[in-house]
Ligand binder design. Structure first.
Ligand code: NDP
Length: 477
């Protein structure tokens, strides 16, 4: 089996390979991917540092052409790359292709942004002096990504980094190197100069840690767990570098008595269980007012009967497998914890046997949960959700906000008054009305508050806050 190598200083290197396994069929080996060492990572950082002066001053048309070409190829290969994504991560083929299209759209968006980086000019408070405010690239950007969006998250970090003239050292999650390798290959062939984008696949404790420890990495953008995020923060403070963190969530979805029942059920089931619940924006706390509670729970139960959990690549599958064995154990541990805490496992939560050996779990819905239980406070990151019964809107809002996290928050209601109040008062970076808590556009800001995020927003034009630094120049006329 040929090894997919790392890209360091424009050369494909690395011999030692790790197998990438399909969670829908553990007999299916997708490929072997090189594992970078500490020395490889240091070489990648040095290459990015050396490439920075020329790339940061490169013409915007060159950057535009490379990003546009990358977008075109990703979109042209959406079925093949979407299939690779589903095969390595386990989300359904439709979700895999959808995520791939989104990655193409992100590259297309930032191709356009290369031509739109505006500054400001202002008169000085002193006579005959002009003031120009411009944005410049930050330097070497370290990119560390998780396994749950193997193409979209790398795209929404790599595209703006390159767009604004930064060079990159990119470390994807070891569990899903396939899509990352594919987009780096596309960017490389699109004509990126040597050293501008370096791929270092491998272990977080080796590759990621070397990036954190390097004084030559000028900024780090990280998406992943809260624990690793804290390490990124501490190391970045130590090196006085810019950093951006997108971490966990415990997103609430509120259902009010006046909700349209079908809208509420569809949004809640999508939020909690699609993509196997492995989305940072998934909702695992469904907060339901007492007038609609029993009807809502019964309707969700009915809806779950029609959900098919199976091989991600099979036509007709709605929910694929959990990503790997350790994540599956985490999910089943929480199902046990929920029961011990006194919540009632109303539906699902069973290990399933499908045609192929994989990590299959039926969507688990708890009822009679309270907001102080561990299943309501800690991120599970699987197809496990809990319904919390509340008296009225005021209690629903208080429970929704009673969490250390603040990424996404949703409500199902037909009341303009409650929707408007919720949008203003939900303590979250993103608020959804009559929509699932997950599922966002690629051209507007993404991110959270409280324990979910740190630093400026990702995506859309707001991305320039992280990937550029501001310069103020004064000129005597
Ligand atoms: P992890 O934090 O375990 O891993 C994220 C990345 O960090 C991986 O590439 C990992 O490498 C790397 N890493 C691990 N240890 C270190 C280290 N010491 N130094 C530097 N890098 C390191 O998260 P998961 O991949 O398990 O992702 C799941 C988590 O991510 C969930 O908690 C989820 O909520 C969160 N998430 C948040 C999102 C958001 O936008 N808010 C979006 C998606 C996920 P490796 O795994 O290869 O060893």
């Amino acid at each position: 089996m040929t090894i997919h190598q790392n890209l360091i200083a424009g050369e494909w290197v690395g011999a030692d390979g790790v197998k990438n396994i399909n969670p829908s069929n553990t007999n299916d080996v997708i490929g072997e991917y090189a594992r970078a060492s500490v020395e490889d990572t240091k070489a990648a950082i040095a290459a990015a540092k050396a490439a920075f002066p020329a790339w940061s001053r490169s013409g915007i048309l060159e950057r535009h052409a490379i990003l546009r070409k990358t977008a075109d190829e990703i979109l042209a290969r959406k079925d093949e790359l979407g299939r690779l994504l589903s095969r390595e991560e386990g989300k359904t083929l439709a979700e895999g292709i959808g995520e791939t299209v989104r990655a193409g759209q992100i590259f297309d968006f930032f191709a356009g942004e290369t031509l739109r980086l505006a500054g400001e000019t202002l008169p000085s408070v002193r006579p005959n002096i002009g003031v120009e405010i411009t944005r410049e690239a930050v330097g070497v950007v370290g990119i560390i990504t998780p396994w749950n969006f193997p193409i979209a998250i790398p795209a929404w970090k790599i595209a703006p980094a390159l767009c604004y003239g930064n060079t990159v050292v990119f470390k994807p999650a070891e569990l899903v190197p396939g899509c990352s390798w594919a987009i780096v290959d596309i960017l490389h062939r699109a004509g990126l100069p040597k050293g501008v984008l370096n791929l270092v696949m491998g272990k977080g404790s080796v590759v990621g840690q070397t990036m954190l420890d390097s004084p030559d990495v000028n900024a780090i953008t990280f998406t992943g767990s809260t624990g690793t995020g804290k390490r990124v923060a501490v190391a970045s403070v130590e090196h006085n570098r810019k950093y951006q963190l997108e971490m966990g969530g415990k997103n609430p979805f509120v259902v009010l008595d006046d909700a349209d029942l079908n809208v509420a059920v569809e949004a809640a089931v999508n939020s909690a269980f699609f993509s196997t619940g492995q989305r940072c924006t998934a909702s695992s706390r469904v907060i339901v007012t007492e007038g609609i509670h029993d009807r809502f729970v019964a309707a969700v139960g009915e809806r779950l009967k029609s959900i098919v959990v199976d091989d991600a690549l099979k036509a007709g599958t709605h929910i694929g497998p959990v990503v790997d064995e350790s994540q599956l154990k985490q999910d089943t541990d929480y199902i046990e914890i929920g029961q011990k805490e006194g919540a009632k496992l109303a539906f699902g939560g069973e290990l399933l046997k499908c045609e192929t050996p994989g990590f299959y779990l039926s969507p688990a819905l708890f009822t009679e949960a309270t907001n102080d239980m561990r299943i309501s406070r800690e991120e599970i990151f699987g197809p496990v959700a809990a319904v919390i019964r509340v008296k009225d809107y005021e209690e629903a809002l208080a429970v929704a906000n009673d969490t250390p996290f603040g990424l996404s928050s949703g409500i199902a209601t037909t009341s303009l008054k409650h929707a408007t109040h919720f949008k203003r008062n939900a303590e979250a970076g993103m608020v959804m009305v009559n929509l699932p808590t997950a599922g966002v556009d690629f051209h507007v800001p993404f991110g959270g508050r409280k324990g979910s995020s740190f630093g400026s927003r990702e995506q859309g034009k707001y991305a320039n806050e992280f990937y550029t630094t501001v310069k103020t120049a004064y000129t005597l006329a």
